[in-house]
Write a protein that binds this ligand. Structure first.
Ligand SMILES: [Zn+2]
Length: 80
C-alpha cells in the first residue's frame, strides 16, 4: 500500500529502515528516544527532503525511530 506518496526512491526508503535498524541495534546511547534522530540523520546524509520524509513516515506508522523499524519497515517489505 501507501508507497504512492513516498518522497524518496523505494530503495532509499529501505536503506533508511536498514540504517535505523543498525543504529538502534548498536550499543551505548543508540536506543530510540521517541524522535526520528536516526532516520533524520540518514536523510541528511543522502540529501533527502527530511520534512517530506517525516510526513511520509508518520503517515505509515513511523512516529519515531523504533516505529519506523517495526511499522514502516514492515510495510515496505510488503511493498517489495
Ligand atoms: Zn520509538
Amino acid at each position: 500500500m501507501a508507497a504512492t506518496s513516498l518522497p524518496i526512491p523505494l530503495s532509499q526508503a529501505q536503506a533508511l529502515v536498514g540504517y535505523v535498524f543498525r543504529q538502534l541495534g548498536a550499543p551505548d546511547d543508540a536506543r530510540c528516544d521517541h524522535t526520528h534522530r536516526h532516520a533524520r540523520a540518514y536523510c541528511d546524509s543522502i540529501g533527502a527532503d527530511w520534512p517530506a520524509v517525516e510526513i511520509w513516515l508518520k503517515a505509515n506508522g513511523g512516529a519515531c525511530d523504533c516505529e519506523v523499524l517495526f511499522n514502516t519497515g514492515r510495510r515496505l517489505e510488503g511493498e517489495a
